[in-house]
Design a protein around this ligand. Structure first.
Ligand SMILES: Nc1ncnc2c1ncn2[C@@H]1O[C@H](COP(=O)(O)OP(=O)(O)O)[C@@H](O)[C@H]1O
Ligand SMILES: N[C@@H](CC(=O)OP(=O)(O)O)C(=O)O
Length: 261
């Protein structure tokens, strides 16, 4: 049995229909015989809307309270996703970052992960359940406060969970088919890369490829996590982010042998 971490970005869970579509995909991965942990982002533009709302209240929101506010976005999507999966007859449980054991430093808005203690996730997996974790958030032990990892931080949540749980692969689901030579929405001639090294991915991320959070790539490189960036809207093989080109990409059991077009 493989352990797969799947991350769904805000673009993949923008509305109720999308949440049901994503739930179906997660259930298929579970029914194929894998253990599944999911990291989910807030729906669509929820985080931007919450930031705007805070600035309507005050030009300088208190950093602790801003983190408290922003983490609510992921709570909404994780609970809805767990409900959708349960309605399909499969056990699923949602966890906030603190419940999932994402321990960070105290830097509100840009916290760094210092430890991951996924005790409750292991319990859920042992009982055959799918664990759904709120992305982009953690908990600081000293202040006992909730923190956020910075914008786009759910990729890092997924990679950190994959490393701590010893997952076989960390799948990053988004709204494009993988990592392209340039932003495919801006440069129509950009082409998809099948395999990139984490080194190459760091360069792409540094030059603005927001498809992956740079800290997630750094974390994956440090901990030897293999990532597969792919679309949640089709079953095409995406881009493998590997530590060295000698590494044979691990074929995801959730990828069909002959992908649909
Ligand atoms: N080099 C690139 N390859 C792929 N996508 C890119 C690249 N550069 C920028 N993007 C953009 O990144 C977007 C995906 O990131 P994001 O909107 O944060 O998704 P999510 O909500 O899934 O986290 C794509 O829609 C694409 O426009
Ligand atoms: N919701 C947070 C965290 C995140 O990673 O989102 P996304 O995966 O949609 O980029 C943000 O918008 O920054």
């Amino acid at each position: 049995m493989s352990l797969i971490v799947q991350k769904f970005g805000g673009s993949s869970v923008a509305d109720a229909e999308s949440i049901k579509r994503v739930a179906k995909r997660i259930v298929e991965t579970r029914k194929a015989g894998n253990s599944v942990v999911v990291a989910v982002s807030a729906m669509g533009d929820t985080t931007d809307e919450l930031v705007d709302l805070a600035h309507e209240v005050t030009p300088f929101p208190d950093p602790r309270e801003l983190d408290m506010l922003l983490t609510t976005g992921e709570r909404i999507s994780m609970a809805l996703l767990a409900m959708a999966i349960k309605s399909m007859g499969v056990d699923a449980r949602s966890y906030t970052g603190s419940q999932a054991g994402m321990i960070t430093d105290a830097q509100h808005g840009a916290a760094r992960i210092v430890d991951v203690t996924p005790v409750r996730l292991r319990e859920a997996l042992d009982e055959g359940a799918i664990a759904i974790v709120a992305g982009f958030q953690g908990f600081n032990r000293d202040s006992r406060d909730i923190t956020t990892l910075g914008r786009g931080g759910s990729d890092t949540t997924a990679v950190a969970l994959a490393a701590a749980l010893g997952a076989d692969v960390c799948e990053i689901y988004t709204d494009v088919d993988g990592v392209f030579t340039a932003d495919p929405r801006v440069v129509p001639r950009a082409h998809k890369l099948d395999v990139v090294t984490s080194e190459e991915m760091l360069e792409l991320a540094a030059s603005g490829a927001k498809v992956l959070h740079i800290r997630a790539v750094e974390y994956a490189r440090r901990h030897g996590v293999t990532m597969h960036v792919r679309s949640s809207f089709n079953n095409h093989e995406g881009t493998w982010v590997v530590n060295s080109k000698e590494e044979t990409p691990w074929r995801s059991p959730s990828s069909p042998a002959s992908p649909e077009t």
